[in-house]
Design a protein around this ligand. Sequence first.
Ligand code: LLP
Length: 463
Amino acid sequence: MSAGLPVHPGEPWSSGVRRRADGELEVAGVGVHALAAQHGTPAYVLDEADFRARARAYRTAFETAFRAVGTDVDVYYAGKALLTVAVARWAHEEGLGVDTASGGELAVALRAGVPGAQVGLHGNNKSDAEIDRALEAGVGRIIVDSLAEVERVAAVAAARGTIAPVMVRVTTGVHAGGHEYISTAHEDQKFGLSVVAPASADGHGADGPSPAMATLLAVVARPELRLLGIHSHIGSQILDPTGFQVAARTVLELRADLAARTGVLVDEVDVGGGYGIAYLPGEAPLDPAHVARDLARAVADAAADLGTPLPRFSIEPGRAIAGPAGLTLYTVGTVKPVQLADGRVRTYVSVDGGMSDNIRPALYDARYHAELVGRTSDAEPVLARVVGKHCESGDIVVHEVMLPGDVRTGDLLAVPATGAYGRSMASNYNFLTRPPVVAVADGASRVLVRRETVDDLLALDLG
Ligand code: LLP
């Protein structure tokens, strides 16, 4: 490992990551030994400048591209990727709104001081209490996900004596993303309303409007609701941006159809999140400037073809902002060589966390990279699998990675690109306590969310 270590490791590490001459990795000027000594391991380490730069990059790329075709754009950071009070504040300070998926996420955004008007509330099964809290906070948009919800939001708004700003989430039939469970535009899934009208009983033609259109019509008919626009989220970890363009055109067609039926031309179109990142060395993330330029052109073309004015546009990137900014720092415990059927040896390297701090390998078969980050080694690399400490054989952190053959107890190991959907999907399986979220900037680290303790967990157990 000592030979040819790049000074800047590049993808998939955050931009503040460097290798010192002695092989120690540092994040924004803070070495991993200092981070481990101060905060313990496992720890989520977040490169603040990198997070902010990616938030800015998405905002400026989309603003530039959409202004060039004559409309404006709002970028909402999808808080489900990683949400802490500081993180919500960073997104806000960089000019982004915050997309929330529950009352809990909404509470974090509000605690951070994000104005309600710049917050959106999603969810396929919002409670009345969540809807009520959102209206009380003056959220900019509630994204309605079913016909039944139209009535529920209208009733809560009526009870408050207010008018609720809503978007309707539709499914466009565009399937995108890396794994079926994260491709939310499939028709046979719980999210959104299909733009395809149901077939008639005799199998010929359509029997009335599509679920999407029926819901839009229901919103238009309710005086307690103001229809802002149409929303579509096509999937996650998307590396081919064509799907966004196809989905946007479908949404614009629906918008034109609604205008033809009702005279209501909605102002806004949102194509959600899903912008893919690099998880492994050599992978290329989506470039926001390219995606934005092609999407803006596709939207402008579609609007022109349909003879409708351009809508205001919005997007909701989560992973692309938080993912690359974070790494997880672990300490190596047990190292065990295991003979494989084909004669090879796989070295199982156990770390002090696992599926409780990163469920993505177990849930989606997601692939990650790992490196020893505390020292150099000239030992021959060996085929390794990084595993956690849980009572479960699927507790895999990194399926396959080459690590120095002298990897040993006490080594520091880092897994890059864990900023999104690591902490936010963490659990307490086996009563492990969730790691802290530590932000690093300008040569100093600070704890954004402290490590849980067993006492925290026991405090919930009333005996
Ligand atoms: N907007 C909506 C409506 C969404 O449903 C999502 C993600 C996003 C935005 C943000 O997508 P992103 O830009 O982060 O890809 N837990 C999974 C991903 C599920 C995402 C669900 N919705 C994972 O670990 O990959």
